[in-house]
Design a protein around this ligand. Structure first.
Ligand SMILES: [Zn+2]
Length: 328
């Protein structure tokens, strides 16, 4: 069942309880606060056949089932077509995409008589696409809803703006956003929320991107054990949760063991060559013991002050695995 994010509650109550929703709805607000998700929840509500009773999508009628499987015949999402130009990513919604809509909207609705079109981000409509959309907004078929999502409504044609009911989504309350981020398992949620200027989904996205770049730095370091500057590397990676780093190292070592045992790499196929060059340089027993050590230290919770120390120790142990077997 599709539920809006917790910080949407007040807005959801306001919008979803409107007796007759207007045919054109524009949801706008900052990036990373869940506008698209909110719009999808609203679409699900409109397409649910038990919406009158519950004022929320019931999650169990056939319309809701189709929505959850992403195959609702009366629902269309339109966004910039990424594949159309081959390699080049298109950032615009083209007029053909809107014209195709006309055809779909001329057919009878399959389910509860409603049809919903969601367009995001609406500012990527090119001029002719926007003009073509206007016709649909001017003469809406009964039961047809157009939901537009925009980060920058000022970039939309005034004629489109004037035909839509505007729903402004504000930044969530800071404490509520922090609580939600912590529930997602994000450490240092405050820092990330700060960097995302208060937008929780953006904060989560930033943290994931950051983790990946730290993982690459770590793998670079592990690739050259004899040149490994333990203190330097620890400093670069310790912003990421210790548990994550340990498990990255664990999977790296498991790939070394996989190579030795079955000649295969399971987790780092993009670094197969360097792993193969390392595998023969450390003893299998020592590698297995090191992997065992990591799983044991993963089980013990540690005071954050000790995190740096335990990272340094782990990297020293890793380096030692290869130091005793120098390249001949
Ligand atoms: Zn339903």
């Amino acid at each position: 069942m599709m539920l809006p994010y917790p910080w949407h509650k007040a807005l959801w109550d306001k919008v979803a309880r409107v007796e007759a929703l207007p045919h054109g709805i524009l949801i706008h607000g900052r990036q990373g606060i869940g506008k698209l998700h909110f719009a999808r929840c609203l679409a699900a509500l409109l397409l649910c056949s038990r919406q009158d009773k519950f004022r929320g999508a019931c999650g169990s009628c056939s319309g809701c089932h189709f929505m959850m499987q992403g195959v609702h015949p009366d629902y269309v999402e339109i966004c910039p077509d990424e594949e159309e130009d081959g390699k080049k990513m298109s950032r615009l919604i083209k007029v053909e995409q809107i014209r195709d809509l006309g055809e779909m909207l001329s057919l009878t609705a399959h389910q509860n008589g409603c049809r919903v079109v969601l367009i995001h981000p609406a500012e990527s409509l090119n001029i002719s696409a926007a003009n073509s959309l206007l016709k649909t907004l001017e003469e809406p078929n009964p039961g047809t809803y157009l939901i537009l999502v925009a980060h920058h409504p000022g970039r939309l044609l005034p004629t489109i703006l004037s035909r839509c009911a505007q729903v402004e989504m504000e930044l969530p309350d800071r404490q509520e956003a922090l609580g939600w981020l912590e529930l997602q398992g994000l450490s240092q949620a405050e820092n990330w929320l700060e960097r995302a200027r208060g937008a929780p989904l953006l904060a989560l996205k930033l943290s994931e991107g950051e983790d990946e770049s730290v993982r690459q730095i770590l793998l670079e370091g592990l690739s050259k054990p004899l040149e490994l500057n333990v203190i330097d590397l620890t400093e670069k990676i310790m912003q990421v949760e210790r548990g994550k780093i340990f498990s990255w190292v664990y999977f790296w070592v498991m790939d070394l063991l996989n190579l030795l045992a079955i000649g295969q790499v399971r987790c780092h196929s993009d670094r197969r060559e360097v792993l193969a060059s390392l595998a023969g340089r450390a003893g299998r027993v020592e590698l297995a013991r090191f992997a065992q050590q990591i799983t044991e230290s993963l089980r013990t919770a540690e005071h954050p002050l000790n995190a740096q120390l335990s990272l340094e120790e782990m990297l020293l142990d890793y380096r030692a695995l290869f130091a005793n077997h120098p390249v001949s």
